[in-house]
Write a protein that binds this ligand. Sequence first.
Ligand SMILES: [Zn+2]
Length: 315
Amino acid sequence: MVSLQVAAVEISNRYRSPRNPERKVRPSTDFIVLHTTEAPAKSSLNKVSERGECHFCVTEEGTVYRIVDRDREAFHAGRSMWNAREDLDKYSIGIECVGYHDKPMPLIQLYAIRDLVKELKAMYRLRDERVVTHSMVAYGAPNKWQKKKHRGRKRCGMLFAMPSVRKILELKVRMTSDPDVRAKRLTVGDPYLEKVLYGTVDTMRNAYPKKPAPSAPAPAPRPSGGILGIFRREDPPAPKPAVRAGFKQPPKSIVELKARGYKKRGAVSKKLTASQIAGGRWNSSDTYYTIRNKVIPGNIINPAKIEVGMAIWMK
Ligand SMILES: [Zn+2]
């Protein structure tokens, strides 16, 4: 069943890859492979689109771009193996996330990834273990430094294996070991990476609130079709979101903010910081930031993304 518990995610065809028609239809979809682009949004989008390197690309603002049609092959995993199966491009959906494998991503972006993954998991009936990172499936050929085929060719998407990030993505199950290393098909080429993927190294632990605030993110019911807008015919109609007594959806527009009695307290500038405007309530769920028609609750805003020109609304 496809959930309609979707945050404010937009999807865009602006960077649809010109490679689409020449790509083969994939035989099956058994995995979702998460990547980090290791570059800023604009150059990431241009590159993945030009080369047809993923099916979706998610920016820091939480916008989802369709790149290659999801039933066709995108070239994202390269030399890859998982549980003896090679060439994962044939069997997986690749999601490129703008950002870096070892840096925290804004919550709004993680929520967009979460919603996209949720929808794809439902569509292809995939369990949490099938949501892997590029670094989990990539492997290297023998070379000067590694005598054997080895895991650790890339650290791409590494953060998505960390317990704190998987929790935000609502992936409850995490792999505890590498099936190909266990079966001695591969050796460990990057011991640190192995500790991150299957051990207790979690460098994102302190980057996010311990408990996601109950009021965030706003589960906004979508009129139809979810993020992807395409459900299989046999999918049952999506349930109506439960209405909890006293639960109010956060406002989604400036008009709504005004209607609910919020007042603009100022705008962030080079001389005026968010905490100078909003004081200790700068990160409260009852404080809102607006920019370019987006409304972001204070409790989910990434402090690093508070930019000049953002207006702050409070009661
Ligand atoms: Zn990658």
